[in-house]
Ligand binder design. Structure first.
Ligand SMILES: [Zn+2]
Ligand SMILES: [Zn+2]
Length: 134
């Protein structure tokens, strides 16, 4: 078991395609099960994460806990910029909490059946995190 803490500053959002994993790792992001496929590079796992970028400077804290026994990656990611939550219905997802980019919405999959990258394969609305409130 390993814990890594990365602090990424001034990030320009990016997205890398993961290679097919030799042994599948189950990814969960902020407690939501994700359909992300984890790549392998020798003893490293390659975790393709998407970060929504809405301002000219974004700061994120990303913590990854790797459990080789259970073949799990537990990801905690949060934007340092704090948003007030819970006031209004989320208008991005029509207060459904589902990722609208998914096919069908909330499945975490795209039209090809692969992990959908807007929500990192969790099926949760990227704006309200599935809470249905902004
Ligand atoms: Zn999605
Ligand atoms: Zn939403």
């Amino acid at each position: 078991m390993r814990t890594k803490l990365l602090i990424l500053l001034a990030l320009v959002g990016g997205f890398a395609l993961g290679q097919a994993a030799v042994e599948p790792y189950q990814v969960s992001i902020n407690g939501n099960v994700s359909k992300i496929k984890v790549g392998h590079d020798k003893d490293s796992l390659i975790l393709p994460l998407s970060l929504p970028v809405s301002t000219d400077k974004e700061e994120w804290t990303i913590a990854v806990q790797r459990d080789d026994k259970e073949h799990k990656l537990e990801v905690k990611m949060s934007s340092i910029k704090r948003k007030v939550r819970g006031d209004t219905d989320c208008y991005y997802c029509s207060a459904s909490g589902n990722c609208m980019q998914d096919s069908p919405a909330g499945s975490g999959l795209n039209a090809s059946g692969a992990s959908e990258y807007y929500c990192n394969g969790t099926g949760k609305c990227t704006h309200c995190g599935g809470s249905k409130k902004l």
